[in-house]
Design a protein around this ligand. Structure first.
Ligand code: NAD
Ligand code: LMR
Length: 341
């Protein structure tokens, strides 16, 4: 606390005056995995966001370097890079309002997201332990794959630490919405900014369920090539990068957009709605404890969860397939923490 306060005091009288004393207006955002393919452009976009007042960058390598570079950008926020290790991690997390987690390995061609589980589960578990200790009230935004399993891992760790609040844990599925909206605009020759396709379920293959019936383009329901692009858009990028990783730049944009939505909602804006993968009551009766659907965001995180609403029969089939897969992915995450606490 004191280090954070001291740094803030040093950051200049003009800046001090520009911000009100209200804690709401002081928004520290922390990126864990900040030197990676996603982490670097994500940190850059967060530095450009005037709602962010403190930007804390942590990685097991290069975070101080990335922070030094980004800190020269002439926006108000204070950027700090932390050394690898427990001390740096705890300091990066202290007082954070939002913690974004893009730490972990990306796919190579031929891999599914689930193939990343063995490596990324323990990375996310360990970062979640640190967050439960040093930022128990932060909103946690999980980007690391497989999201369908890493989000339940964070939930289990927070439960064990006695600090779990389901309103503050989010799997970031914004990229699916971004892609669906872009792909539709390519077909319909519309402005992609005006498209906002609802995507529900999870974040991998058949668990990704776009609801074109709820858009202005009913005729796109059941269009096989479009559905495949939305469900396997990640694979397009993995193939094109040919062994050098997966989506990083579009993901950085999507992560920055979701963080911005949470900051807007925290600062009092109403009607901020984003699909996101959360601890959800919608399909708990079917044994599916986490589900992405439209969520209204508020100052405390999740304000209201929307059910999927009226959907086409073809979409219902997709949803049934989604739920079957999702259940297994979620159970895998929960089992991992039980067996590897
Ligand atoms: P990357 O390898 O380029 O970067 C990952 C970074 O994490 C590296 O800098 C690495 O040093 C760091 N890291 C590893 N272990 C760490 C730890 N214990 N603490 C802190 N940092 C650690 O990978 P990338 O392309 O940035 O992808 C990161 C993850 O995001 C992957 O799992 C990928 O599958 C996932 N991803 C998710 C989405 C989504 O829509 N949710 C989209 C794209 C990628
Ligand atoms: C994506 O959707 O691009 C990410 O989940 C990365 C991947 O592995 O496809």
């Amino acid at each position: 606390h004191t280090m954070f306060a001291a740094r803030r005091a040093l950051s200049g009288a003009i800046q001090q005056r520009a911000f009100s004393a209200s804690a709401r207006d002081l928004s520290k955002v922390t990126v864990l995995g900040a030197a990676g393919g996603i982490g670097q452009p994500l940190s850059l976009l967060l530095k450009l966001n005037p709602r962010v007042t403190d930007l804390a960058l942590y990685d097991i390598r290069l975070a101080p370097g990335v922070a030094a570079d980004i800190s020269h950008i002439n926006t108000k926020s204070l950027v700090t890079g932390y050394e690898a290790g427990e001390k740096g991690l705890d300091a990066a997390l202290q007082d954070a309002e939002i913690v974004l987690i893009p730490a972990g390995v990306p796919r190579k061609p031929g891999m599914t997201r689930d193939d990343l589980f063995n490596t990324n589960a323990s990375i996310v578990r360990d970062l979640a332990k640190a967050a439960a200790k040093s930022a128990p009230n932060a909103k946690i935004l999980v980007i690391s794959n497989p999201v369908n399993s890493t989000v339940p891992i964070v939930a289990e760790i927070f439960k064990k630490a006695g600090v779990y609040n389901p309103k503050r844990l989010f799997g970031v599925t914004t990229l699916d919405v971004v892609r669906a909206s872009r792909f539709v605009s390519e077909i319909k020759k519309t402005d992609p900014v005006d498209e906002n396709i609802v995507v529900v379920g999870g974040h991998s293959g058949v668990t990704i369920v776009p609801l074109f019936s709820q858009s202005a383009h009913q005729d796109l329901v059941g269009e096989p090539a479009l559905l495949k692009r939305v469900q396997f858009g990640g694979d397009e990028v993995v193939a094109a990068k040919d062994g050098a990783g997966s989506a990083t730049l579009s993901m950085a944009m999507a992560g920055a957009r979701f963080a911005e939505s949470l900051l807007k909602a925290a600062q009092g804006e109403k009607g901020v709605i984003e699909p996101t993968f959360i601890d959800s009551p919608l399909y708990k009766d079917q044994g599916v404890d986490f589900f992405a659907s439209k969520v209204e965001l508020g100052p405390d995180g999740v304000a209201q969860i929307y059910d999927v609403g009226k959907i086409d029969a073809k979409e219902q089939e997709l949803l049934d397939a989604c739920l079957a897969d999702l259940k297994k992915n979620i159970e895998k995450g929960v089992k991992f923490v039980a067996e590897n606490p």
